[in-house]
Design a protein around this ligand. Structure first.
Ligand code: NIG
Ligand code: FE
Length: 414
């Protein structure tokens, strides 16, 4: 590591921290007795405190003592459906009684139940319900979150969801990256006419979303109970034509070869992946497509088929983790609980789990130049934790040891 030059003056100086930078050759990129300095919302200096110039304190606008707490990059939740209305508690009870997620979906419940609730909710109500969830995430160290539409399924309501995301982005310090997921499910008014719905998505929704600048990426649910690879390909083509990034819900319930398609389109990520095969993993590695694992959905649906972590490691596919925060398959706002589940159920190491919510999550959003590690030039987004070692973040089941969340060098939540 080259030692950065300490600037003449800095906005803030953070000292006495144990830094898990998530860079370099060691698992956490640890710097004991670490310090970092912020200028203009970015990390301008980071390293061992011993390397600070003697007069560093007098050159800083403010000094923050971390009292030996651990500091990680801000957590990034790269796959959520956080904007929604209502709950699906009744379906939870049905599934406990033996019904499956696919059965409930085919019977008109599942995603459609939430679509009905979202269509009925006005924009303010949708905002209020969603803001509660984002607030909980911010308190658990989340500095950036991706949110998908996909519970509107008509132009008006998809745009309504995306506007709620924009409002969350404006009103919260946490950055919101909006993704258009019009191809989440076939709305009842298009029953039996999936191609006509895809036409609507391509001819009306994607142009409207792109024109309003309301999304940076387009996602689809490629699955037997949702859309085929051929239909997904049409969506991806339209997205790329508008300059939008693509990503995919793939191989969650069957090996539909969605990951291969995603890789062919240089998707940012392919997500879920329980049924991913060797061909898909190889293609993702080649394309640099990140594997986003969603241990909450696996757990909550009582799935038994685990994503092929060994295969992903073997092919050196970067693995991210996310909450998948949604009312049907993962009603959670807790990245730390997901880290625990990823370790216990998927066999990730605690270091892989933390990388999954930091450096690799940033890659999954195409934001690796700005987010995901503690390094000079990166945005000064970090979380300060009352833990004795970073692995403890994945060890606990529940509880929130986050002392403060810092975004752009400013304390956003404490
Ligand atoms: O990521 N797989 C599809 N979409 C969501 C579930 C949405 C829902 O059931 O409301 C998921 O699991
Ligand atoms: Fe999802």
């Amino acid at each position: 590591m080259t030692i950065p030059v300490f600037p003449e003056t800095v906005d803030s100086l953070w000292v006495d921290g144990r830094l898990a930078t998530m860079t370099g050759p060691t698992r956490y990129g640890t710097v004991e007795n670490g310090a970092l300095a912020v200028v203009g919302g970015r990390i301008a200096w980071i390293g061992s405190q011993a390397g600070l110039p003697a007069d560093a304190a007098s050159r800083a606008g403010s000094i923050h003592h971390l009292e030996n707490a651990w500091v990680t990059p801000g957590l990034i939740d790269c796959h959520t459906h956080l904007v929604y209305a209502g709950s699906r508690c009744a379906e939870f009870e049905m599934r406990l009684g033996g019904a499956t997620y696919a059965q409930i979906a085919r019977a008109g419940g599942g995603i459609m139940r939430t679509v009905t609730a979202v269509r009925a909710a006005d924009e303010d109500a949708l905002y209020r319900q969603s803001a509660r969830r984002l607030k909980a995430m911010l308190a658990e160290g989340v500095t950036a979150v991706e949110i998908k539409s996909g519970y509107g399924l008509d132009t008006r309501n998809e745009l309504k969801m995306l506007r709620v995301m924009r409002r969350l982005d404006h009103n919260f310090p946490t950055a919101v990256m909006p993704t258009f997921l019009g191809a989440h499910a076939l709305p009842p008014e298009y029953s039996g006419r999936p191609e006509a719905y895809i036409d609507l998505v391509i001819d009306e929704m994607i142009p409207a979303v792109a024109a309003a600048g309301l999304a940076t990426a387009v996602d689809a649910f490629c699955e037997r109970i949702a859309f085929s690879p051929a239909q997904t390909e049409r969506i991806f083509g339209a997205a790329r034509a508008r300059g939008l990034a693509v990503k995919l819900h793939a191989e969650q319930l069957s090996d539909s070869k969605g990951a291969l398609l995603a890789a062919r389109f240089n998707a940012l990520s392919a997500d879920h992946l329980e049924y991913l095969g060797d061909d898909g993993a190889a293609a993702m590695a080649e394309a640099g497509t990140v594997a986003v694992l969603l241990p909450g959905a696996f757990y909550f649906l009582g799935e038994t088929r685990k994503p092929p972590v060994g295969l992903l490691r073997g092919h050196k596919v970067a693995m991210a983790l996310a909450t998948d925060c949604n009312p049907g398959t993962s009603p959670t706002t807790s990245p730390l609980l997901m880290m625990n589940m990823a370790c216990v159920n998927f066999g990730l190491t605690p270091a892989e789990a933390l990388a999954g919510f930091t450096v690799n999550a940033a890659r999954a959003l195409g934001m690796q130049n700005r987010w995901g590690t503690l390094a000079v030039g990166k945005q000064a987004d970090f979380a300060v934790w009352d833990v004795d070692e970073p692995a403890e973040l994945a060890y606990r089941m529940g509880g929130n040891p986050c002392r403060m969340t810092v975004i752009g060098g400013t304390v956003a939540c404490a």
